[in-house]
Design a protein around this ligand. Structure first.
Ligand code: ADP
Ligand code: MG
Length: 242
């Protein structure tokens, strides 16, 4: 049945996530083990040599950093798997986008990135979870910003047709390699040194839960266009009447 299939897809994506988390936890756990052993050994020698205390302090600092890293991994993981059905309400996407851009203004300015927004005056209302759509906008703007150099341009355009409201985020960033295009939504796929590779997975999941979609087109060295589609509030009603 469809339900069973959806359930098994969910289970396998959770397993994939869990596998990624287990893999990421390996390094900090290893480091914690080694440094705790060092501390233990050095404490035994401490009575003999007073200067060992400095090295013990260093090991304690490493352990602190690793605990912080573990905490970050776990927090991200929980955020990614948390089953939270959308809490639907009427959302004006142009206003929401404004809020997110205001929130990210500082970071965009620091990176030397100009943002241009072009929205249809009468953009239809959508039924959506405000916080989740905010997270979608936030992640897409962040990814665009991270792909660009100072002087980069992010152009956000929105329009509607009979069924959907569409938003396109076009950046003048580095673009995406052909090989990577198929992996964008996989958990833990990242090309960034400090990346978590969960942003687009979360974005896709939120859109699907809203009956929406996402598409990505990219040219290396030219830029990337991420387009999202959300059903209009009145769509379902119209379909039922017909
Ligand atoms: P993260 O940002 O933590 O790496 P994401 O899931 O948000 O994870 O993105 C996954 C990968 O997709 C990024 O590492 C990057 O390689 C690529 N990507 C996403 N958005 C863009 C973009 N606008 N331009 C170029 N590459 C992008
Ligand atoms: Mg990201």
């Amino acid at each position: 049945s469809t339900e069973a299939r959806i359930e098994s897809e969910r289970t396998s994506s959770v397993l994939l996530l869990a596998g990624g988390v287990a893999h990421e936890l390996g390094n900090p756990l290893n480091s914690l083990t080694i440094h705790l052993q060092l501390v233990e050994r050095k404490l035994k020698k401490l009575r003999a040599a007073e200067r060992e205390t400095e090295s013990i302090a260093q090991s304690i600092q490493v352990c602190r950093d690793e605990v912080k890293r573990l905490d970050g991994i776990i927090t991200n993981f929980l955020e990614a798997i948390r089953p939270r059905p959308p809490n639907l309400g009427e959302v004006r996407l142009a206003e929401l986008l404004d809020e997110v851009l205001t929130f990210q203004h500082r970071e965009l300015a620091d990176r030397g990135i100009a943002v241009e927004v072009e929205t249809e005056a009468e953009l239809p209302v959508v039924m959506a979870d405000r916080d989740q759509v905010k997270q979608v906008f936030f992640n897409l703007v962040k990814n665009a910003a991270e792909a660009m150099q100072p002087g980069g341009r992010l152009k956000i355009r929105s329009w509607a047709d009979d069924e959907n409201v569409h938003l396109a985020f076009a950046d003048s960033g580095a673009g995406i390699k052909q090989d990577d295009l198929t992996r964008l939504f996989q958990p833990y796929h990242t090309t960034k040194s400090g990346g978590h590779g969960l942003g687009l997975m979360i974005v896709q999941r939120i859109l699907h839960e809203h009956g929406g979609q996402i598409g990505i087109e990219s040219k290396e060295g030219i830029g990337t266009v991420v387009t999202i589609h959300l059903p209009r509030r009145d769509r379902r009603v119209r379909m039922l009447k017909n």
